[in-house]
Design a protein around this ligand. Structure first.
Ligand SMILES: Cc1cc2nc3c(=O)[nH]c(=O)nc-3n(C[C@H](O)[C@H](O)[C@H](O)COP(=O)(O)OP(=O)(O)OC[C@H]3O[C@@H](n4cnc5c(N)ncnc54)[C@H](O)[C@@H]3O)c2cc1C
Length: 433
């Protein structure tokens, strides 16, 4: 009976839709459950942001073949889309094609096995999954791919991982992620002092937008706080990055710092965010403090594991990603951010038939690329369809970040089996020396 049930996919983002395409191609029956009112609901929140990968790294192979068969034309390979373009030219047409397999406005609040809580062994693998939609509705599935992303669970400002003291009370002056500084949020930042907190690409995007705004509204002031010991580490691979647009973000930030447009305080370990009525005081370790009007928190994202509490998971203790994936993507180990390709074997959990894919599969690690997610779901779909050979064969072209500088930066065709090496493509390690 279980075999006749669909394979549930949580989330109609790029990776969830790609998973549906791969399953369809294999003759399986996907059922995509999306919390938002349209496909690409998380991408729509950052529609104004330009990606750093060109289209050729944004399109999934199976999705592309389905779309092309319907008369769709792929965008130019080297053009770089915004989030809005990604939806309009790819996700929306793909969503329309897959519409019979997608349920919108369906938030998965919990997943379990029929008649068995997490502690019960007997016949577990043969029991269907039950997905609770909201409070009252239940959907049964023979397997589950959780591709629900991390966009809606941003990390807080506190350097210790908890919301800083006062952070929640100061919510009216605090934004997370990459707000639309040059669009809907312009009035909030023009002519005012905004602090950007974080050392990753999201922070760089906000700093560059604030600097653009400062040219139009010269009283705009920008301060950049980060945990990193020196700002240099936040500039990334720059000219050595195989993705030119990603490298350019770092170079643009460097010139904003060197020109004095952006004032840097690092390391700055946020302990408290105090709303004073007139503005904010951001307090750091050792008595450091910065006064500002607005705070943009860009300290990364983390997975929402609450809906998974009745499933048997093997999670990396540091990153909350699949345990086998942890050592491959841990930013404490891999300064390069170049991650070797991986598939169903690395993403498996003790709960048979359950996988976390896409952005959520990386837990708290910051280096996820769509191309990696597409390869993940190709492999998972093969595993669920019983094609072990295709599931184990992992092939992916990875653009390197160029941060390690131990060798020439190249784009290499990688073909590895699950157990080889670290992040470095063979035969010549170019990263993580
Ligand atoms: C600003 C930004 C820029 C990026 N730029 C690049 C880039 O240039 N190149 C690149 O390769 N990658 C980039 N990434 C990383 C990554 O590729 C994207 O985040 C991508 O959107 C991840 O796709 P996803 O399908 O895993 O998750 P998401 O796009 O986050 O989709 C998850 C979906 O699940 C839904 N959902 C969430 N919870 C539930 C629930 N409980 N029940 C049902 N549905 C739910 C959401 O509404 C959403 O539609 C970027 C990320 C960000 C945030």
């Amino acid at each position: 009976m279980s075999d006749r049930l669909p394979i549930a996919i949580i989330g109609a983002g790029p990776v969830g839709l790609a998973a549906a395409a791969h399953l369809l191609v294999r003759g399986e029956r996907p059922l995509v459950l999306e919390a938002g009112p349209a496909v690409g609901h998380a991408v729509a929140q950052w529609a104004h942001v330009r990606l750093f990968t060109p289209w050729r790294y944004c399109l999934d192979g199976a999705a592309r073949r389905l779309l092309e068969a319907s008369g769709w034309q792929a965008p130019p390979e080297e053009e770089i889309p915004t989030g809005r373009d990604l939806i309009a030219r790819y996700l929306a047409p793909l969503g329309a094609l897959l519409a019979p397999h997608i349920t919108l406005n369906a938030r998965v609040s919990a997943i379990t096995r029929q008649g068995a809580d997490k502690a019960k062994d007997a016949g577990r693998a043969g029991r269907p999954f039950l997905l609770r939609i909201g409070e009252e509705e239940v959907v049964a599935a023979r397997a589950v791919i959780d591709a629900s992303g991390t966009w809606f669970t941003p990390s807080p400002a506190g350097a210790d991982g908890l919301p800083a003291l006062g952070e929640r009370r100061a919510a009216a002056r605090v934004q997370y992620g990459i707000p639309g500084i040059l669009g809907a949020e312009r009035a909030r930042h023009a002519g005012r002092h905004t602090v950007v907190l974080g050392g990753g690409h999201s922070a760089l995007n906000s700093l560059i937008d604030l600097a653009t705004l400062a040219r139009e509204a010269p009283a705009t002031r920008i301060t950049w706080l980060m945990r990193k010991a020196t700002v240099e580490a936040a500039f990334g691979g720059e000219g050595a990055d195989a993705l030119a647009a990603r490298g350019a973000l770092g170079s643009a930030a460097r010139s904003l710092v060197e020109s004095g447009t952006v004032t840097v305080r690092s390391p700055f370990l946020v302990e408290a965010v105090r709303e004073t009525g007139a503005g904010l005081v951001i307090e750091g370790a050792g008595g450091t403090r910065v006064e500002a009007d607005e705070l943009i928190v860009a300290t990364g994202f983390r997975p929402d594991l609450a809906p998974l509490s009745e499933l048997r998971l093997a999670l990396d203790p540091a990153l909350d990603c699949a345990a086998k994936l942890g050592p491959l993507i841990d930013p404490n180990i891999h300064s390069c951010g170049t991650v070797r390709p991986h598939g169903a074997a690395e993403l498996a959990h003790p709960e048979p038939g359950f996988y976390i894919a896409g952005m959520k599969s990386y837990g708290r690690a910051p280096t996820f690329l769509l191309a990696t997610g597409h390869e993940q779901v190709r492999s998972i779909a093969a595993a669920l369809a019983g094609d072990a050979e295709a599931a184990a064969r992992v092939e992916l072209e990875l653009p390197e970040t160029g941060v390690c500088n131990t060798g020439p930066v190249t784009r290499q065709r990688v073909s590895v089996t699950a157990a080889t090496g670290c992040c470095a493509p063979q035969p010549k390690p170019a990263c993580c020396g």
